[in-house]
Every structure is written in structure tokens, then in C-alpha cells.
Design a protein around this ligand. Structure first.
Ligand SMILES: Nc1ncnc2c1ncn2[C@@H]1O[C@H](COP(=O)(O)OP(=O)(O)OP(=O)(O)O)[C@@H](O)[C@H]1O
Ligand SMILES: [Mg+2]
Length: 230
């Protein structure tokens, strides 16, 4: 069961949003997902509280550095994917979560400040590889991308990542009101009211493409029995 961590030391990069979209998509395809909510704002825990039972989705709130490994060990038998949502900060919990991850997703908005927060995560991954010989696969996921125009800032970020040979997911997460409203409504994109949420169909299509790409990148069967010992 792959452990996927969303990390960017900059606040507001889109970690929580991307983590929830991915979790609900994986669950919709029948995978059992456990979300470890390590974001001090607890948006996903709140979403879970107001959603009622969402099939295949479990949320663990109040994850700390001391408890994170235990949460993974205790739930691995009933989990196909762990998704860790981190705070927008550079701290020891981030380093611990990254060390436990099979894949680190780095959400980056097409603006310079954001790229800097992402670069700090990339630096840490580089450090772990160089000093500890631990090579953790990772990808950048571009977030809050405008559906109509490619901004100059976004192009600059893409060029920078290409120069550094960083893997970037083909599917960017588009700026959609559905991805905001889901935190207020609860439930999933599929249970939202298309008459009240603009472009809900496009948001669903975007989420599906994102989920499909991650499922292809990290198939559960590849990780069966491979979880590193505690
Ligand atoms: N694809 C999107 N479409 C529309 N709004 C978005 C999208 N992604 C993020 N947002 C909005 O941007 C803001 C920040 O997003 P989010 O909370 O996901 O970032 P974060 O990286 O988890 O932040 P933090 O570091 O504070 O935990 C939120 O108001 C969220 O609703
Ligand atoms: Mg967050």
C-alpha cells in the first residue's frame, strides 16, 4: 500500500485540495484510502465530519511525529493507499512523513513563491538521497491552473522543473469552484449539485484524469508486501 505525501513548505499551495481530490478518486475506484491529516487547519478532518460515511475513506486526525509511523502500521492491513496531508511548513513532521513515503507529491502553483516552497521539498529529497542513500520517488503536480490561459509564471515554473529533470504530472489541477466548495458541502464531487456548482462536470473530469494518472504511476499491486519494516 503506497504512502503518498503531499508536501510544499509554502502555505496555500494546494496540498489539502489535491490530497482530497486524489483520495476521493482512488476510493471511487474501490481502493481503501486512509488519510493522515497532519495539516493543523484540519480541513480534511472537518470535511470528513460533515460528509458522513464516505465509502472506502478513513481519516485520522491529529497526526504527530510520534504517532505517524504507528498510524501506518496499525492501518496497513485495511488500507490500499495512505495519503498524508502536511502543514505548509518546514518541520520535523514533514521530514518524518517524507521518510515514510513511497511517493511525494509536490503541489506547485504557477507563481514564484510557490516554486520556492516546492524547491525546499526537492532539496530535502536530494539531501536524503545524497546523505542517507534513500531515493524517494516524487512528482510535482501543478495546481490552481487557469483553464483558459497559460500564464507566464506557469511557463517559467515548468521550464525550471524541466531543467532540473523533475517529474511533473501530466494532469494539472485546474482552478475550479467545485474543488473549493467540496470542503463546505462535504461528500464527493459526484454527490455535489451540478445546478449549484459551476463546471462541476469539468472538475469531475479533471479529478478523474488526476486519479487515473496516479493509479498508473503507483499501482497498489506493485507495493503489496513491499512496505518497509517499522
Ligand atoms: N484547484 C483549485 N481550485 C480552486 N481553489 C483551490 C484549488 N486548489 C486550492 N484552492 C484554494 O486555495 C486555497 C489553498 O488551498 P489548500 O488549502 O489546498 O492549500 P494547502 O497547500 O493545503 O495550504 P496550507 O499550507 O495552508 O495547508 C484554499 O482556499 C483552496 O480552496
Ligand atoms: Mg493544507
Amino acid at each position: 500500500m503506497p504512502v503518498i505525501t503531499f508536501a510544499n513548505t509554502k502555505g496555500g499551495a494546494g496540498k489539502t485540495t489535491a490530497a482530497l481530490i486524489l483520495a476521493t478518486e482512488l476510493a471511487r475506484h474501490g481502493a481503501r484510502v486512509t488519510i493522515l491529516d497532519a495539516d493543523p487547519q484540519h480541513w480534511i478532518s472537518h470535511w470528513h465530519d460533515i460528509s458522513g460515511k464516505i465509502p472506502n475513506v478513513d481519516v485520522i486526525s491529529y497526526v504527530t511525529m510520534a504517532s505517524i509511523q504507528g498510524h501506518i502500521n496499525e492501518n496497513k492491513a485495511k488500507t490500499d493507499y495512505f495519503i498524508i496531508d502536511l502543514a505548509g511548513a518546514r518541520n520535523t513532521l514533514m521530514a518524518t512523513a517524507i521518510g515514510l513515503s513511497d511517493h511525494v507529491m509536490i503541489p506547485i502553483q504557477g507563481c514564484a513563491m510557490d516554486a520556492k516552497g516546492g524547491a525546499q521539498v526537492l532539496e530535502l529529497l536530494g539531501y536524503l538521497k545524497e546523505k542517507a542513500g534513500v531515493d524517494i520517488p516524487h512528482s510535482v503536480v501543478l495546481t490552481r491552473v487557469n483553464s483558459l490561459v497559460t500564464t507566464r509564471a506557469l511557463q517559467v515554473v515548468k521550464q525550471l522543473l524541466a531543467q532540473r529533470a523533475v517529474h511533473v504530472l501530466e494532469t494539472p489541477i485546474i482552478e475550479r469552484s467545485a474543488f473549493r466548495d467540496i470542503f463546505d458541502c462535504g461528500g464527493t464531487l459526484q454527490t455535489m449539485d451540478p445546478h449549484r456548482v459551476s463546471n462541476l462536470d469539468k472538475a469531475c473530469e479533471n479529478a478523474r484524469a488526476f486519479g487515473d494518472e496516479v493509479r498508473k504511476l503507483l499501482p497498489v499491486r506493485l507495493y503489496a508486501g513491499m512496505r518497509r519494516a517499522a
